[in-house]
Design a protein around this ligand. Structure first.
Ligand SMILES: [Mn+2]
Length: 247
């Protein structure tokens, strides 16, 4: 099996379509198929901040749940939207407000459909995906080698938010440890979560969140080819959203 692991989309639906086409997927009715039967894996954070979060949910739901030739792992934004749809009291900030605004413009029937689809997609997802055929593990914010195979609360926090210590930078951002530097495993760890201008390779890990929603690129990491394929973002570029290191 060959896979295309796609970074954080954050509602950048048009860029997702461009990327799927560049990767060689062919559209037929509402589906995308690859002539060589490649599989798509989404690293999570489908929604928030970008222009088309609802369309992105619909397409990913279709590929994963109906067509069943794609996989999805949840990101922290997915977790928050899931809790919103369950009726929990979550704050509509950090991008969730854009998804809620789109959602509220839908009819009651459409709202019910999209909510049901997203809840179904989220609940069937594993915290991370192991893909032995290409010797890889896909987790939204990455995963430490000793956590692979575990599915407890600590792992959940790690794969959704990264290696956070609980400390904060003076500007309020959480301090994240650079788990990739300490990773010496044999499996590829493919992740997103922290926007970087270029795919960040450290040991056998790669960050494929090229900050599409901040105007850079939407990228896929191809295995077993070990190749990055990307398309330009259609959003305005925001240089201050990119960090040079893991922070
Ligand atoms: Mn994230």
């Amino acid at each position: 099996m060959k896979v295309d692991i796609i970074g954080d989309i954050h509602g950048c639906y048009d860029e997702l379509i461009n990327l799927l086409e560049k990767l060689g997927y062919k559209k037929s009715s509402y589906s995308y198929h690859h002539p060589e039967n490649r599989q798509i894996v989404f690293v999570g954070d489908l929604t928030d901040r970008g222009p088309h979060s609802i369309k992105t949910i619909e397409l990913v739901y279709h590929l994963v749940m109906k067509q069943k030739n794609a996989r999805y792992v949840p990101g922290n934004h997915c977790n928050k939207l899931y809790r919103y749809f369950l009726g929990n009291n979550v704050k509509a900030i950090h991008g969730l407000e854009t998804t809620i605004a789109e959602y509220k413009k839908l009819t009651r029937k459409e709202q019910m459909e999209i909510k049901t689809q997203f809840i179904e997609l989220y609940e069937q997802a594993n915290l991370y995906e192991m893909i032995p055929e290409v010797n890889a593990v896909v987790a939204h914010a990455g995963i430490r080698e000793d956590l692979i195979g575990r599915y407890d609360k600590k792992v959940k926090t790690f794969v959704l938010y990264g290696d956070i210590s609980g400390e904060k930078h003076p500007d309020g951002r959480p301090v994240r440890r650079d788990w990739a530097q300490g990773y010496h495993g044999e499996k590829w760890i493919v992740y997103g979560h922290t926007p970087v201008k270029e795919a960040r390779f450290v040991n056998k890990t790669v960050n494929v969140d090229l900050g599409c929603v901040y105007g850079n690129q939407l990228a896929a990491y191809q295995l077993p080819e070990e190749k990055i394929i990307s398309v330009p973002s259609l959003q305005p570029f925001q240089a201050n959203k990119f960090t040079l290191s893991h922070e």
